[in-house]
Design a protein around this ligand. Sequence first.
Ligand code: CO
Length: 209
Amino acid sequence: MPRLRELIEKNRQWSENIRRTDPDFFPTLSSQKNPRYLWIGCSDNRVPANEIVGLKPGELFVHRNVANVVVHTDLNCLSVLQYAVDVLGVECVIVCGHYGCGGVTAAMRDGKLGLIDNWLRHIQDVASKHAAELDPLEGEAKTDRLCELNVLEQVDNLCRTTIMHDAWARGQDTVIVGCVYSLRDGLLRDLGVRKTSAANCGSRGASVR
Ligand code: CO
């Protein structure tokens, strides 16, 4: 396994470098209190959660899947949400999409990629729901807007979970927000949506482009 050997060597160098430059890093991380944020983002290798928001390991609880989708029957995502909200008590749940998302692009092309087509069906449902807005758009503008709409839909899906309803009902002030990352300039765009109760679900954030 030469490739794993390479990574283990890189890991050794990384660990040594951190211990040399910041001797408190690992002791602090081991005793770190709960993170304030849950990040639900895309699996895309170009969108590393901690790195793009400048947070250290320990400061961000992370769930990633293809095209940052929140599906009501996905026990993986729901378990992460439940643990983050109920046990860790995160203050903010962030759904982060990104422009040029391969999952969103593939969903628009309606091609045949295999098992993942079933997962991308959720994005196609978002596109169908917003066809009136998307139809006049073309190319990148259309894909980019679907990336934004997908985030907003996933924020709404989060709002509708029993986990968030229960948390809000017992007075927890967790906020759900949505943003989109640009691969072109490395910047996050706030989609302007803030969900703080079951009552304010359904309102839309504006396009930021
Ligand atoms: Co993506």
